[in-house]
Design a protein around this ligand. Structure first.
Ligand SMILES: C[S@@+](CC[C@H](N)C(=O)[O-])C[C@H]1O[C@@H](n2cnc3c(N)ncnc32)[C@H](O)[C@@H]1O
Length: 247
């Protein structure tokens, strides 16, 4: 990875931020991000620079070979909008027979995950620093068994709804990436976003199951708390959750 590559990825994403994301961006830009990214890229399997957008559509494709990356053919689980990766690390640790890939577009955030991976060296967990929009260039159709969407940015403004990770344009992508009977597991603290997502999922060929309108008051031992979830629980917020099955 070149220094240019990671620096430009940061600036690229800054241009696309909405108000919810400003929470993330209020964090001071990490010192020496460029150097840190360069020395912690052992577990990074895709990073994206602005040169990417100068490529022709055909040249953007760099489909990853997960059996080579992980050294096995275990099922692939993706977490989209993974933040600092706490969920992905725990998911991988609890499921050694799955390959976990965490996707996060902000370099300033994913650096925490990359440095942790460098220390802990998880065998079944890797990271991609790119936008979900571009996954089709890296992941072949029909290879993902499960997708996790945890506290995705709700983009409450109607004019930004096509950025929501449960918008139809993303569901079209997930339908391509998922295996038959593949699943999306979605949780959020935002009721409007949850209702919107129940509607888009059900209108786009997913069967909804295990819907919870207040996960906090339920016994759900397999739950893995994310960084945002900890914060929302501390504020006494309800957590909404659904599993969506692709038939
Ligand atoms: C609210 S945070 C939640 C982080 C983590 N999932 C958690 O629950 O703690 C949402 C994250 O999704 C990332 N994100 C939003 N849209 C994205 C996209 N289109 N592609 C990749 N990452 C995205 C943001 O950068 C942010 O880090």
């Amino acid at each position: 990875m070149t220094a240019q590559k990671f620096f430009s990825a940061v600036f690229l994403d800054l241009n696309k931020l909405n108000t919810y994301n400003k929470y993330v961006m209020r964090m001071r830009r990490k010192k020496h991000l460029e150097d840190r990214m360069l020395s912690a890229d052992a577990f990074l399997i895709a990073g994206q620079n602005d040169g990417f957008y100068a490529l022709t559509e055909a040249d953007r494709y760099a489909i990853l070979d997960f059996s080579e990356i992980f050294g096995n053919n275990n099922p692939l689980w993706l977490e989209l909008g993974a933040g600092k990766g706490a969920f992905a690390f725990e998911l991988a640790a609890r499921n050694p027979d799955k390959n976990v890939v965490a996707v996060e577009k902000i370099s300033n955030v994913i650096i925490e995950a990359l440095e942790r991976a460098d220390r802990e060296k998880p065998t079944n967990c890797r990271f991609m620093n790119c936008s979900v929009e571009n996954l089709k260039y890296y992941i072949a159709d029909g290879v993902v068994e499960r997708i996790f969407l945890n506290f995705s940015c709700p983009y409450p403004k109607k004019s930004y709804r096509n950025r929501r990770l449960t918008n139809e344009r993303f569901l079209d992508l997930y339908k391509k990436l998922l295996v038959k009977n593949g699943e999306i597991h979605f949780k959020t603290d935002n009721r409007e976003f949850f209702e919107y997502s129940l509607q888009t999922l059900s209108e786009n060929g997913f069967i909804l199951k295990n819907i919870s309108l207040d996960m906090t008051s339920e016994n759900f031992p397999e739950n893995i708390e994310t960084e945002y979830e900890k914060m929302f629980r501390a504020q006494g917020k309800k957590i909404y959750r659904v599993e969506a099955l692709l038939k």
